[in-house]
Design a protein around this ligand. Sequence first.
Ligand code: PLP
Length: 411
Amino acid sequence: MNASVSQRAENEIGKVKDYSANNYAPLPLVLESAQGPWITDVDGKRYLDCLSAYSATTFGHAYPKFIEVLREQTQKISIASRAVYVEGFGDFAEGLAKLAGKEMILAMNTGAEANETALKVARKWGYRVKGVPEGRAKIIGAEGNFHGRTTTMISLSDDPVARADYGPFTPGFELVPFNDIEALKAAIDADTVAVFLEPIQGENGVYVPDEGYLKQVRELTSEHNVLLILDEVQTGLGRTGTTFRFQAEGIEPDLITVAKALGGGILPVSAVIGNRDVLGVLEPGTHGSTFGGNPLAAAIGKAVVDELATGQWQKNSQELHAALFEPLRALIGRGVTEVRGAGLWAGVDIDPKIGTAKDVCVDMLEKGVLAKDTRAKTIRLAPPFIVSREEVDLITRAFTEVIEARWQAAQ
Ligand code: PLP
């Protein structure tokens, strides 16, 4: 790295520290550009992207079809608001609804907004359809969840860091341990309108519940006339090897929230997907967003839906799963304590004897792989599903070298 070039990185980091609120602790890496699964920093060093912007760039960076759609749509119309009709939104809504086997969608921008929307819909459904007395609707979530950073989403969270100093919180929520059907059974009462879960808890370390748990949740919620809302913001759209995670579980939720990859790595696009008997409770003026469902978002979202409808990417995730997971699992007992996940999405727990997950991520950067820690001991590996077999091998080789070096140093 020559001094004049690395000065560029320092300048950027310095400016961010001076002029941006300090709400992230980024890895010491300043990017300039990205293409496919590769990102390049301002000093010209390339890294294989295993963060994929928290699964927002699941198709890789600058995916040619999406760039083409971006060019075409921006020449026509980008932003209009839903106060008017713009050709294309209907196709996007139909495509996304059908991709999930549902009847309709409500378009928003971010994951947190989609989740807020789902909770509002569930409450309205509770009062209008289920007949819960006004103001009493209860929504049950899981301990360790991550559904976003808005006031309502952190009201549903038990993460002390996310919540500190942000109260008072939105009422009407109860948390139960994830993967504990008896606890959920005990929590459901006559005022319960929804159970709201991530099918795999991502930010909590890629926690996959026991086989059959979500099926039991579905049975229980149906029995008590309670909606099942699945937050598929991270698990959805191919990340776990099926289009949606609920498909692998053999269940049908009432509402599904999606975001991240729906924007094709180009812009924020999110949605709630459901049937008319639930989403139909909304009426004009009762919910909305200036940017939700804008023409550019709809065009990109439709292109993402079309890609997923081919099934090719889900197949690629499934086929590369073993190539990613087997070498990681081979490290258990030698610096790694557990490997969890599905498709091309792994959560790897690091033995504290060899350092923290962040230490390992910094070493991985040296080897040309960008990965991100989540919680203190877990590294999340989420390469875009356009990676090749050779690129997956490169990731696992770099990871193995880093873990082995730290394991030997700790002996
Ligand atoms: N839900 C899940 C499961 C997530 O992982 C995230 C973000 O990581 C969100 C919601 C929030 O999405 P956004 O950051 O777009 O608001």
